[in-house]
Design a binder for this molecule. Structure first.
Ligand code: PD2
Ligand code: ZN
Length: 180
């Protein structure tokens, strides 16, 4: 399942550092650059999502599959998911193929469910980093992940998708010297 169209029921918007005169987004982007070792200019704008009761994000890959998306000018190599809220119940980020026997589940897993693999509980202020490609830049099929339905409360996240090429229209540096 590669398309994210119609598989996410939360509401979302994009925010970039240029739209934040207080510099909070730039501060977070620069921290992410240190965490990943990839310059901030390789990041897409933050995708801020709000999930209410029952809302979810079906499992998907953040990386682009050439067969589904055609040739892209750059690839998403990593994702940093910043949790902006706790959730009273549910709303975990799930990685269906992680854990013991992950590879064997590749063919049988129901990508709409949250019943296998590992689940990360949202906690305000935490950030989750995962990689979508192997070091040789082939897609890592174990990076399949989703957002489990929120059972109680509201879940807020900000996703930073990071590419292998510079994206910078918004003033973030694309130089590795800027990562320190
Ligand atoms: O909000 C999540 O837990 C989640 C899960 C899967 C977000 C994304 N993917 C994403 O923004 O790519
Ligand atoms: Zn995702």
């Amino acid at each position: 399942m590669d398309s994210t169209v119609e598989i996410r029921t939360s509401q979302g918007t994009f925010l970039s550092r240029g739209s934040d005169p207080d510099g909070v987004l730039a501060y977070i982007e620069d921290k992410i650059a240190v965490l990943t070792g990839i310059p901030a200019g390789h990041g897409e704008p933050f995708n801020v999502l709000r999930y209410e009761n029952g809302q979810h994000y079906d499992s998907h890959y953040d990386s682009f599959d050439e067969a589904g998306y055609g040739k892209q000018s750059s690839q998403r190599v990593a994702t940093v998911l910043v949790y902006l809220s706790d959730v009273e119940e549910g709303g975990e980020t799930s990685f269906l193929f992680e854990g013991v026997g992950g590879t064997e589940r590749l063919k049988t897993v129901d990508y709409k469910k949250c019943d296998t693999g590992i689940k990360v509980t949202p906690r305000a202020g935490d950030a989750l980093l995962f990689w979508s490609v192997h070091p040789d830049m082939t897609r890592d099929l174990h990076s399949l992940h989703g957002g489990c339905p929120v059972a109680r409360g509201t879940k807020w996240t900000a996703t930073k998708w990071i590419r292998d090429r510079c994206m910078s229209a918004a003033g973030a540096s694309c130089s590795s010297e800027s990562v320190n």
